[in-house]
Unconditional design. Structure first.
Length: 128
């Protein structure tokens, strides 16, 4: 079960690296090769709206707000980031509770896994 928790935090760290790369280093990242309305944060924010003049959000079936995480890459990876953390915490607290020491040690280890996967993505893997 510990490996599943580590995988969740590794996914979260890498997703956060993608978010920050898109936000702060898009032009020098591998994502600038895609040149699309979905990946480029300078224009992708517009995908959320059906009318930019009034900032009217897109609707599914004319009623339900369109899920924002489907409108651009930054929001998609934010969705993956947050849900990976939530799932990792759920597994940690509700499936694996063995002792308070185990939870503390595992929490520290998962923070390290998250940090290393973020660092690798942000500083190495996502560069051109």
């Amino acid at each position: 079960m510990g490996a599943k928790i580590s995988i969740m935090f590794m996914i979260a760290g890498f997703a956060k690296a993608i978010m920050d790369t898109l936000q702060f280093h898009y032009s020098t990242s591998i994502f600038s090769n895609f040149k699309s309305q979905f990946w480029d944060p300078s224009v992708s924010w517009q995908n959320k709206y059906s009318n930019l003049d009034t900032l009217t959000t897109k609707k599914l079936f004319w009623i339900i707000p369109y899920p924002v995480f489907l409108t651009d890459a930054w929001h998609l990876f934010q969705f993956i980031f947050l849900n990976s953390i939530f799932l990792g915490i759920f597994i940690l607290l509700f499936v694996q509770i063995q002792s308070i020491q185990w939870i503390i040690i595992t929490s520290i280890a998962e923070r390290i896994v998250f940090g290393l996967s973020f660092w690798a993505g942000y500083n190495i893997l996502l560069k051109k």
